[in-house]
Write a protein that binds this ligand. Structure first.
Ligand SMILES: Nc1ncnc2c1ncn2[C@@H]1O[C@H](COP(=O)(O)OP(=O)(O)O)[C@@H](O)[C@H]1O
Ligand SMILES: CC(=O)N[C@@H](CCC(=O)OP(=O)(O)O)C(=O)O
Length: 254
């Protein structure tokens, strides 16, 4: 999403899917864009368990960048060929109700501020948009029942939405070719993995792969047909991945 050519190829893929009768829902993050904006403001930020430690000041930037910048750019790109895409924050229509999430270090919970997990999904507005032929584009910001706005990891938001909508497939685009079997070594990619095996593997995963695989697990456990982690650095990764081009990514099966 930080490379214009890749972003355009992604938008084309989404539009091609829509034209083919698929009803895509786009959930986006924007970690690098948030990082760049925090730098510009001279604000420091750090990650724990792949999650950004989020102060109220950081939250303001996260919300602004995700719902105000990354989302609007993506919507504009999708709408170059027609009035298809509609941007929604997880806050809108109470799509994502969040609950405070803690990191875990040595089995102990660690407070990482305004980071949220998805407690509940309200699919009403998303379904209205899908039924009217639109492409919902959703940012991973949620509101808690406590009135607080929470920073939700984009993979977490996508996994929860996929399960709530009962989608056929969850596709996760990232910056590696898939799940490395022997991380930090990168010579072997896991082709496919079942939910049970992934659950056992989950505590050993670090960095952003933790929330990503947890989201895939949540999706398939929640009834989604399959989840696929694909290398978003390859142009048209989305269409190639769905077409089952051999050697692409990691598939998480029920
Ligand atoms: N087993 C693993 N396989 C692949 N990547 C891993 C693994 N463990 C940790 N990672 C890290 O997770 C990163 C992907 O997560 P993240 O940075 O959150 O991506 P995104 O921004 O796409 O959500 C990779 O770039 C890699 O550094
Ligand atoms: C809690 C948490 O870590 N939130 C993420 C939200 C954006 C995101 O997930 O963006 P990517 O998909 O580009 O990583 C963050 O603040 O970076």
């Amino acid at each position: 999403m930080t490379d214009d050519t890749l972003r355009r190829a992604f938008a084309q893929d989404v539009l091609t899917l829509r034209q083919a009768g698929v009803r895509p829902v786009v959930v986006h993050g924007g970690g690098p864009q948030i990082g760049a904006h925090l730098d510009r403001l001279g604000l420091k930020s750090s990650f724990l368990n792949g999650l950004r430690v989020t102060t109220p000041e950081t939250m303001e930037v996260v919300r602004m960048v995700l719902s105000g910048k990354v989302q609007k750019e993506l919507v504009a790109l999708l709408n170059e060929h027609g009035p298809y895409a509609v941007g929604l924050s997880g806050e809108d229509g109470r799509t994502l109700t969040a609950v405070k999430r803690y990191a875990e270090v040595a089995g102990e919970p660690v407070d990482i501020g305004l980071v949220g997990d998805v407690a509940r999904v309200n699919t009403a507005v998303v379904r209205i948009l899908l039924d009217s032929g639109h492409i919902p584009v959703i940012s991973s910001v949620g509101r808690g029942e406590d009135g607080q706005v929470y920073n939700v990891n984009a993979d977490t938001a996508a996994g929860a939405l996929a399960a709530a909508l009962g989608t056929r497939i969850l596709v996760v685009l990232t910056d590696v070719p898939g799940l490395y079997a022997d991380w930090p070594r990168s010579d072997r990619i896991v082709d496919r993995i079942g939910a049970g095996e992934l659950e056992r593997l989950l505590p050993t995963l670090n960095g952003g792969m933790g929330p990503k695989m947890e989201a895939c697990l949540r999706a398939v456990r929640g009834g989604v047909g399959a989840a696929r982690v694909l290398d978003g650095r390859a142009p048209h990764a989305l269409l190639d991945g769905l077409a089952g081009v051999v050697g692409t990514g990691t598939t998480i099966e029920r």
